[in-house]
Design a protein around this ligand. Sequence first.
Ligand code: HEC
Length: 112
Amino acid sequence: MAKIYTRRSARIAQTVALFTAALLLSGAAQANEALAQKNNCLACHAVALKLVGPAYKDVAAKYAGQADAQALVMENIRNGSAGKWGDLPMPPQPKLSDADLKKLTIWVLSAK
Ligand code: HEC
């Protein structure tokens, strides 16, 4: 009896831990999405759809496994980019703070 009870509470504790982790993760994703919104990125981009610019999940797929991806993509966001995804260029983003640029880059490269 006691054994069953213990096993059940362990399972409940595990479920609560998983749920908390999921909530924390979705909170972080929402914060990043709000940051992208605030910096106008979502006027031209979406995570899963190509709009004016490439879908972020396609960007993540393109650079997956590339060791210098983060530095490269940070540079391309900061200075703008042309000719990699189509005919339209991306304008440079001089007003983006270094901290926000890094957060957005990590978020884009983890998009699925
Ligand atoms: C005016 C529209 C526009 C805005 C605003 C914009 N982008 Fe883009 N973005 C584009 C286009 C177009 C491309 C494709 C450029 C190319 O073909 O090289 C692109 C490319 C990218 C890429 C891929 C770069 C690479 O190295 O392959 C990333 C990452 C990206 N944008 C992130 C962002 C982020 C983050 C913001 C907000 C700070 C943003 N973009 C704002 C239009 C935009």
